[in-house]
Design a binder for this molecule. Sequence first.
Ligand SMILES: [Mg+2]
Length: 178
Amino acid sequence: MKGILLPRLYVDSIAEITADVLKKIGIKGLILDIDNTLVPNHVADADDNVLDWTDAMKAAGFKLCIVSNGARKRVERFNEKLDLFAVHRAMKPAKRAFLKAGMVMGLESRQIAVVGDQIFTDVYGGNRAGMFTILVKPIDCNEGIFVKLKRIFEKRILRELSENQSKGVSEEFSDDTG
Ligand SMILES: [Mg+2]
């Protein structure tokens, strides 16, 4: 049961997610969260870091898609420079938006990695959709009270993750979802 909340990979930032790493594990497409994953909550536009990284991913042949719980206005404005397929008000951790993104990319769930900063929306939803999940350390620490509360539980899970890593987390993952 706990495995469904565990990311398959935990990184400090998207910069650590490289084409080489993804290709080795058979990933062909990425589903991206916006807030605190690509930019801080209060930043409206995609910055050069994001543009360079997404350009590199596209050039390496990956399909990209935004799946955000944010409002239409926020997502459309952020996506102006990126021009990706994007789902707003995705209701993560519901599976629906993830599966829709998979269909648009023309990929199977196992070929897709979900990249996000929250265990209870991005990781939980992505795991339930049968996708590879990558947890990114949140960019901005200036978060609302509800997210702060969730962080307390996330910390507990991450502590267990690091304790379990030597025991083989991926085994636990496939046991729980298989
Ligand atoms: Mg987020």
